[in-house]
Structures are given as structure tokens and as C-alpha cells.
Design a protein around this ligand. Structure first.
Ligand SMILES: Nc1nc2c(c(=O)[nH]1)N[C@H]1C(S)=C(S)[C@@H](COP(=O)(O)O)O[C@H]1N2
Ligand SMILES: [Mo]
Length: 535
């Protein structure tokens, strides 16, 4: 077959090549946007911006479901989903462009507008510049689609710009090779732009990485007591008592992990009853007396038996000391503010009761996690940690601002999304081993797991086999009442199917309720149980 056909391109072939042009144009738009975002900031890219907007607008139950089913991959799935939707739209726009060139291009520009609006309305937007990646990307994509769609028309006698396919039998010709060449060149150029953007975006965090590498955490003036020897029994399948940083659960709304340069970071403390206001640098904090404490963190989205709980040794500045320096009084002492709102560099807001921060517990601005400067994923350079409160009401990562206010006058991010204002961690316990649907051998089976009731402490853990009586488990030594506690129970297992259940009692004497609740609005309750078949 000749490359230059004597027939105008029509029908299915024209539509499918139009669809291909649409895909290439969308690919180019995303790639160019990626390149431009490297000049603005990675968060301004259209996929990240639209993804962020989607996260903020996702109803709580759906978000909770996504976290449960995809875990930390929820963000990857979301981005793939957005790209998938874009791909389908690109195919449609390409087919439209094959018929009406201008319409296809206007479609591409419209999606650019959506990306631009999402980018400038993000809470961490730096202003109109955030629209640039979407706008420039869309203009490039629209122009490319217009041009490629033009390659579908015959070489000679092409009429006006938005000319439809010429009438059949007009004796004009379509140049197949010309289209393939144009499409290939466009795809190659886009790949180049996209890769360059990726590389430049990677370089962006360099200062932040260097600033983190330069951190030498000073010795804390108040050390954590060493973990009692009996706190971490060696039982295979049991979670380690200290969760390594690399295994620590991560829950946040950030599609791009914020990379903050500690040398340029500042924290401002201001608001009701704050006098004097304070602005602190990272070095200021490093120079203050530091406390070191073991504290178990838990996410309110953790299902009964779920993985969003971890224990680490934190180093930081006591928050109550800092607040006292700024004249803050707890409401119990007549202070005007009952809510402390922490804001992060990515626009997250987290509201914590002032009373909890100032009641003597080891609430801190953490700089170190398990002997290392905070990992970027966990809030470098500084995050909050408050023993006893779920992360969404206490553990602001990448913090940059603390405002003293009232619960009446301000709702933080998650509270606007129907989660409770106040959320102390519920007493919970989890069976780590045997695993669900495990097949242990008959005889002595060690049932083991963790139990937590931060800031109250765990007093008792009990295990039940099938409908039998509750039996007390062996509790490992307690580190502190702010940490979880390991437990184990030697079970004389008999062949057949069995269900194991666990429940904990905290130091206030309260036993975990068997009433199952959802995670929304203030954390799941109920007993964890595991079904196994003993062989
Ligand atoms: N900036 C910011 N901080 C945040 C969040 C967030 O989305 N953004 N999520 C909070 C929630 S819901 C939890 S459970 C903890 C999780 O901390 P981790 O990821 O270090 O385990 O961080 C909290 N701090
Ligand atoms: Mo959370």
C-alpha cells in the first residue's frame, strides 16, 4: 500500500488515528506540565493538584475504605485512576478532533483549566504561579492535537484551519508517513520533556535532603528510661516492640511528600492569649532542652486488628514548656484558648485540646524518631506528637504554624469532614499471631499480640477460644503508659476450626467493649478475633 493514499482518510481509521492523536496530545500536556512544575513546585502539577483536590473532597467513608483496602498505596491508585480517566477523555477528544479540529483543542484547554483551578485553590498554593504547569501543558497539548489532527487531512488543498475531512472522491491525498512521523516525534519530544521534568523535580528536594543529612541530634537532657528487658519478648510473628522507621505506618493527604529545607524552616506560635508571639528556627529548637520519650502513635482510621499503629522513640521539645514561654495558660488555669491548631507546610490543619497538651503529658515538637532526624515521610523537620490522642487530632507533620484559638471558632481539616473534635485513643488489642486463616499444629500454640491504651496504660489482656471463658494472657513488662504492651497466651490447641478473640482492660479499669463501631467519627471499637484451623 502506498504511503500517500489517493483517498481522504475517513471512517473508523480516521477516528482511531484521531484517538491516537488525542492520547499523544494528553501525554504531551502532562509531560510539559511536569517540566513546568519543576520550575514552579512539584505540587502544582495537574495530576497532583487534581488528586489533592479529590482527596479533600472524598467523603470520609470512601476515604476510609480506600485507606483500608489500598493502605499507603491509596495515593498511587488515585493517581493511576486520574491518569486512566484522562486517557479515556483524551481518546474521546482525539476522535472529536478528527472531525472538528478546534473542538478537540478547546476540550484539552478546558481540562487544563480544571487543573489550573485545582492547583491555585490548594491550601498550600503559592498563588497564580501554581496555574502555570496546567496552563502551559494544556496549550501545548491543544496545539499538538490541532496539528496532529491536521495531519489526517490530505496534503494538498487543505482548506481552512478547522476544515472537516474533505468530501469523498475529491482526489486529494492523505500522507500516512507524515502522520506517523509527526506522532512519533511528538511522543518522543513529550517523553523528553517529561523525563527532564522528573529529573528537575528530583533535584528540587536537594537542599532539604542536604539539610536533613547535616542534622546532628544533640543528646536529650531528659532521656527515656531504657526499655525494660521483659517488654519485648521474642515471639515469632509478634510485632517488634519498637517499630523501625521504614516500617512505621504512614497516613496523610500528601501526594508529594513535602521536602522542607530545615535551614529555612520557621515555626510561628501565635493566637489567643499568646504573649509574646514566638518565631523559632530549627536551630532554636535544637538548642533547647530536649526530651526523649517512647510513644505509640495510632491512626483513627485503624480498623479493629488493623496496621495503623506504631511505636517509636521520639526526641523533641516539650510543647507545654514552649507554650508557657509564650504566656499560654491552659483553659483550666483560665486561658482563653481551648484549641491549639497546628498548620503544616502542605496546608493540613490539626486541632488539639490545649488542656491535653498542658496537663503534664509528654506532648512534644518532635525532631527525632528512633535516633534519626524525622524521615521526610514522617514530618521532617518537625512534627507534633501527643501521647493518648489519635494522629488526626495531635500529630501534625511538616508543622510550620501553631495558633491558639477555640473549638467554637475554628474547625480543623478532619473536623470539617465529620470526624470528632476530640478523640482520645480507644483501648484496643490485636492478635498478631496466629494469622487469620492460619493452620497451626495441634499442641501448644503461642497466641500473641499488642494492646494499647496510651496515657492510661494497659492493665490486663484476656484471650478467649471459641465460646470458652476469658483467660488472662501473660503481659510483657510495661515500658510506659504511653506505649503499647506485648502479650502472649499459650493455647493448648485441639484439631479443628477455632476462633480466637482478645480484649484489653486499661488502668482506669475499663474493659474494651465488644460493641463494633466504624472508625468514623472517633475510632473503631470492638474485639479483634482471628479464625484458624488447627491441624
Ligand atoms: N501534615 C499532615 N500531618 C498529619 C497528617 C496529614 O495528613 N498531614 N495525618 C495525620 C494522621 S491522620 C496521622 S494518623 C498521623 C500519622 O503519622 P505517621 O504518618 O508518621 O504515622 O499523622 C498526622 N499528621
Ligand atoms: Mo490518622
Amino acid at each position: 500500500m502506498d504511503d500517500v493514499t489517493q483517498q481522504p482518510l475517513r471512517g473508523i481509521r480516521r477516528l482511531s488515528l484521531g484517538a491516537l492523536a488525542g492520547l499523544i496530545a494528553a501525554y504531551a500536556a502532562i509531560a510539559v506540565a511536569e517540566l513546568i512544575s519543576a520550575a514552579v513546585r512539584p505540587e502544582a502539577g495537574p495530576v497532583i493538584a487534581v488528586g489533592g483536590a479529590a482527596i479533600d473532597r472524598t467523603p470520609a467513608p470512601v476515604k476510609d475504605w480506600a485507606i483500608r483496602h489500598f493502605g499507603t498505596n491509596d495515593k498511587l491508585i488515585l493517581q493511576l485512576g486520574i491518569l486512566g480517566v484522562l486517557g479515556v477523555l483524551a481518546l474521546v477528544l482525539g476522535m472529536l478532533a478528527a472531525r472538528w479540529r478546534l473542538i478537540g483543542s478547546i476540550g484539552v484547554l478546558t481540562f487544563g483549566l480544571v487543573g489550573a483551578l485545582a492547583a491555585v485553590s490548594r491550601p498550600d498554593s503559592i498563588g497564580p504561579a501554581d496555574a502555570l504547569p496546567s496552563v502551559v501543558g494544556a496549550v501545548a497539548g491543544a496545539a499538538l492535537l490541532y496539528w496532529l489532527a491536521g495531519r489526517l487531512d490530505p496534503v494538498q488543498g487543505r482548506a481552512g484551519a478547522a476544515a472537516p475531512a474533505p468530501a469523498a472522491g475529491a482526489g486529494q491525498s492523505w500522507d500516512r508517513r507524515r502522520f506517523i512521523l509527526a506522532a512519533t516525534a511528538a511522543a518522543a519530544a513529550s517523553t523528553g520533556a517529561g523525563l527532564a521534568g522528573r529529573a528537575l523535580n528530583g533535584v528540587q528536594g536537594k537542599d532539604a535532603v542536604a539539610s536533613r543529612n547535616d542534622v546532628r541530634l544533640p543528646a536529650p537532657s531528659s532521656r527515656a528510661a531504657s526499655v525494660p528487658r521483659g517488654a519485648a519478648p521474642r515471639i515469632s510473628g509478634l510485632s517488634p516492640f519498637m517499630t523501625p522507621n521504614g516500617d512505621f505506618y504512614r497516613v496523610d493527604t500528601a501526594l508529594v511528600v513535602p521536602k522542607v529545607d530545615a535551614t529555612r524552616w520557621e515555626l510561628r506560635i501565635h493566637g489567643k492569649g499568646v504573649d509574646p508571639e514566638l518565631t523559632l528556627s530549627y536551630d532554636d529548637l535544637l538548642g533547647m532542652p530536649l526530651i526523649e520519650r517512647d510513644i505509640t502513635l495510632t491512626c483513627v482510621s485503624n480498623e479493629v486488628g488493623g496496621p495503623y499503629v506504631g511505636n517509636a522513640r521520639w526526641i523533641g521539645v516539650r510543647l507545654a514548656d514552649l507554650l508557657t514561654r509564650c504566656g499560654v495558660k491552659s483553659p483550666a488555669e483560665g486561658g482563653p484558648a481551648d484549641q491549639l491548631v497546628a498548620r503544616s507546610v502542605d496546608g493540613m490543619t490539626i486541632g488539639t485540646p490545649v488542656e491535653d497538651v498542658m496537663d503534664g503529658r509528654d506532648a512534644m515538637l518532635a525532631l527525632g524518631m528512633n535516633g534519626r532526624p524525622l524521615p521526610f515521610e514522617h514530618g521532617f523537620p518537625v512534627r507534633m506528637v501527643v501521647p493518648g490522642l489519635y494522629g488526626y487530632v495531635s500529630a501534625c507533620k511538616w508543622i510550620q504554624d501553631i495558633e491558639l484559638t477555640t473549638f467554637d471558632s475554628y474547625d480543623s481539616y478532619w473536623v470539617k469532614r465529620d470526624w470528632a473534635r476530640r478523640a482520645p485513643i480507644k483501648t484496643q488489642s490485636r492478635i498478631d499471631t496466629p494469622k487469620p486463616f492460619g493452620r497451626p499444629k495441634a499442641g501448644t500454640v503461642i497466641v500473641a499480640g499488642v494492646a494499647w491504651a496510651q496515657h492510661r496504660g494497659i492493665d490486663k489482656v484476656e484471650v478467649r477460644v471459641d465460646d470458652g471463658p476469658w483467660r488472662e494472657a501473660d503481659l510483657a513488662a510495661e515500658d510506659t503508659r504511653d506505649t503499647w504492651r506485648q502479650w502472649s497466651y499459650p493455647w493448648q490447641a485441639e484439631k479443628g476450626g477455632h476462633t480466637l478473640a482478645v480484649r484489653a482492660t486499661d488502668r482506669t479499669g475499663e474493659t474494651q467493649t465488644d460493641r463494633r463501631t466504624r472508625t468514623i467519627p472517633d475510632g473503631a471499637s470492638g474485639w479483634h478475633s482471628v479464625a484458624v484451623t488447627v491441624e
